[in-house]
Each structure stands twice: as structure tokens, then as C-alpha cells.
Design a protein around this ligand. Structure first.
Ligand SMILES: C[S@@+](CC[C@H](N)C(=O)[O-])C[C@H]1O[C@@H](n2cnc3c(N)ncnc32)[C@H](O)[C@@H]1O
Length: 233
């Protein structure tokens, strides 16, 4: 009789342990600072994989400089680290000090991230405070735009398009149906605030979109927009 294959604990246990630690910290922070955290659990692998599409599908041999805004407990940072080549660099930016400390620990201890530790820098700050003297080929944003007001969203997109190189890509995500749910359950003021901030997002999407996708295999299900800054003439 053929033996049933039992998944090897030695392969799966560390990954599961990391995921449980990530989720535990994320849930605690979401409870304390929901406006800034913007989700109840970290992004799952399907969302992290789709968000990093332009890193994984890159063409040519030029090294890339990458900005991740709102890295949280690092589900997207780990995929970035797994696809870094020699010469690439990634700035992982996170405003919450607990998450930033956790990310620094991951850079030292997580097998995927520690392999490229000298190419990763964790910054504990608001992304718009990083400074405009930097330039990036790729920006991956997990910021909870739906929780911000229209002026904050405009400031964030202005910043991204200032530091993005011509021809570079911005990929960012949000959650499906938040506006529709808020229309039913949220106070009118909050619904209107989100409607106004989503119009700002739409302005940028209408100008620069090169692709949109839905990721249903995430909690909650998400959309991703990919934008490209035009090349200089
Ligand atoms: C929806 S969570 C995403 C976390 C992680 N990228 C993921 O996919 O699980 C948003 C993250 O953005 C961080 N954040 C919110 N506003 C920020 C800002 N202005 N600058 C940098 N990080 C910010 C929050 O602390 C939180 O960790």
C-alpha cells in the first residue's frame, strides 16, 4: 500500500511560526491604531506576489532601487528580498515603531531577508518625510489610503511621483467594496471623506494606469493598481 505523504514539519513549521507571529503583532497594532494600520491581518501571499509583479517580471540587467511604503510585518518585504539581485536596494518604510522594530529584527533573522541584509534599509517614518532627494525605479505601497483624507492622499501621490524615475512603476493596493460597506454602516462624514479621497486615487489611476487586478485570495479581498510615470521627452 502506498504511504500517505505527511507534510514535513521541518519545512512548514518555521513558515507557520513566522506567519503566526506576524498576525499576532498585526492584530494587536490594528486594535490600537486602526486608522494608520488599515487592515486586521497582514497581506497574504497572493496579494504580495501580485503587488511585486514588476520586480519579478523585470527585463534587462540594470539594478533597481525600490521603495516599499507601509511595510507592516513584512509580507511584501519578504517577496522583495527574495527577488533582489546584487546591486538592487530596497528602502522599507514604516511609520509604526513596533512594526519598524519587527522589520529590523526580520532583516537580521529571517533567512530570505538576512541573505540580502546589506541591500535593505528600514526607515521608521511617514513615507512623505523620507525626503525628495531619493529616486526609485519601483514603488510598492501598502498605505491604507481609504483611511486618509483627500489632502493626505494627494500629498502621498505627489511624493511618489516626485521620487519615481521616469518610466518607473508604482503598484498599490486597497480593499474591495470598502466604499459600499461604508455607505451602509459608517457615519456620513466618514463615507464622504473616503469618497473624496478615492476620487484623488482615481485621478492618478486615470492618468497613469498600466493595469488593474483583483486579488480575491486575500483577507479582505483586494484590488491592485499599477501606474507608470511617463518617460521624459
Ligand atoms: C494595510 S497595512 C499594510 C502592511 C503590509 N504592507 C501588508 O501588506 O501586510 C498599512 C501599513 O502602512 C503603515 N503606514 C500607515 N501610514 C503610513 C505612512 N504615512 N508612512 C509609512 N507607513 C505608514 C501602517 O503602520 C501599516 O503597517
Amino acid at each position: 500500500m502506498a504511504a500517505t505523504r505527511i507534510p514535513s514539519n521541518s519545512d512548514d513549521a518555521p513558515r507557520l511560526e513566522h506567519r503566526l507571529r506576524d498576525v499576532g503583532l498585526f492584530v494587536r497594532q490594528a486594535f490600537h491604531t486602526f486608522r494608520a494600520t488599515g487592515a486586521v491581518v497582514p497581506s497574504g501571499p497572493a496579494l504580495a506576489n501580485s503587488l511585486t509583479r514588476f520586480l519579478k517580471e523585470r527585463e534587462g540587467s540594470d539594478s533597481l532601487s525600490i521603495l516599499e511604503a507601509g511595510a507592516g510585518t513584512g509580507p511584501v518585504s519578504r517577496v522583495i528580498a527574495a527577488h533582489l539581485r546584487p546591486g538592487d536596494t530596497a528602502d522599507l518604510v514604516e511609520s509604526n515603531p513596533e512594526f519598524a522594530d519587527y522589520l529590523r529584527e526580520l532583516v537580521g533573522t529571517d533567512p530570505t531577508m538576512s541573505r540580502v541584509a546589506d541591500q535593505l534599509t528600514v526607515h521608521q517614518t511617514l513615507v512623505t518625510n523620507l525626503g525628495t532627494d531619493r529616486r526609485y525605479d519601483l514603488i510598492l505601497s501598502g498605505l491604507p489610503l481609504a483611511n486618509f483624507n483627500a489632502d493626505e492622499v494627494r500629498e502621498i501621490f505627489d511624493y511618489y511621483f516626485t521620487v519615481l524615475r521616469p518610466g518607473g512603476y508604482l503598484s498599490f493596493f486597497g480593499y474591495l467594496y470598502t466604499k459600499e460597506v461604508k455607505a451602509v454602516i459608517a457615519p456620513r462624514e466618514d463615507y464622504l471623506r473616503q469618497a473624496r479621497s478615492s476620487w484623488v486615487v482615481e485621478e492618478w489611476v486615470n492618468r497613469y494606469s498600466v493595469g488593474t487586478e483583483r486579488v480575491l485570495a486575500n483577507i479582505p479581498p483586494a484590488w491592485i493598481h499599477h501606474l507608470q510615470k511617463p518617460d521624459e521627452k
